[in-house]
Design a protein around this ligand. Structure first.
Ligand code: IMP
Ligand code: MG
Length: 194
């Protein structure tokens, strides 16, 4: 086992099914099999709805990388993939309009059918910003796929076209989603037990 994997294992002490991080603990919310089953359904739905089109999936880094890769494996039509990475808005960068682009789009968006792929929509602020940014490039259509949605936290009028699961408003980790940049590698999704 590599030093890196050993390091991750040591920082997570799993007591039975719980993930303990300092004084917080997380319990399983969605198991790997259920995540994969739902993604298969979403992939099939998208394949039908975009039949004869070539959509561009735009994954929002870092959180959406696992969801995007599993989703496109279940898409049976031709498609393209690109990624977008924005600085976090922990210091209000988005609301003040000064968000930094850490990785810009490389694909041509104009005239294309875009599917934005996110790990989780919480307040909807990030997605509102991302959608407006992509709309500026005049695509033919924009739809949004988010593995998770916290409906009780939503503050912006954002329509999510493809939702994996609706979940409670507590913090979640695993399957791409992090706590202080760790735990993205967990196969299941865990929720903070408060
Ligand atoms: P929003 O802008 O409030 O909708 O937050 C969305 C972004 O915040 C997502 O792209 C995630 O990166 C992050 N986020 C929101 N809730 C969680 C969570 O429960 N776990 C991990 N990241 C989260
Ligand atoms: Mg994210």
């Amino acid at each position: 086992m590599s030093e890196i994997i050993k390091g991750i294992k040591e920082s997570v002490s799993a007591i039975e099914d719980r993930i303990v991080i300092g004084e917080h603990y997380f319990v399983p919310l969605i198991k790997e099999e259920d995540i994969q089953k739902r993604i298969r359904e979403l992939g099939e739905k998208i394949s039908k709805e975009y039949n004869l089109k070539i959509p561009v999936f735009i994954g929002i880094l870092n959180g959406a990388f696992l969801f995007l890769s599993d989703l496109i494996k279940n898409v049976s039509i031709d498609c393209e993939v690109d990624f977008l990475k924005l600085s976090s808005y922990a210091d209000n960068k988005i609301s003040s309009g000064r968000v930094k682009m850490l990785k810009e789009l490389n694909c041509k968006v104009t005239g294309r059918d875009i599917i934005i792929v996110e790990d989780i929509v919480d307040s909807g602020l990030s997605m509102k910003f991302i959608k407006e940014l992509i709309a500026d490039h005049k695509p033919d259509s924009i739809k949004i796929a988010s593995l998770l949605l916290k409906p009780n936290s939503l503050k912006y009028d954002i329509k999510i076209d493809y939702i994996g699961f609706k979940i409670p408003s507590q913090f979640v980790i695993g399957y791409g989603m992090d706590y202080a940049q760790k735990y993205r590698n967990l196969k299941n999704i865990y929720i903070l037990n408060e």
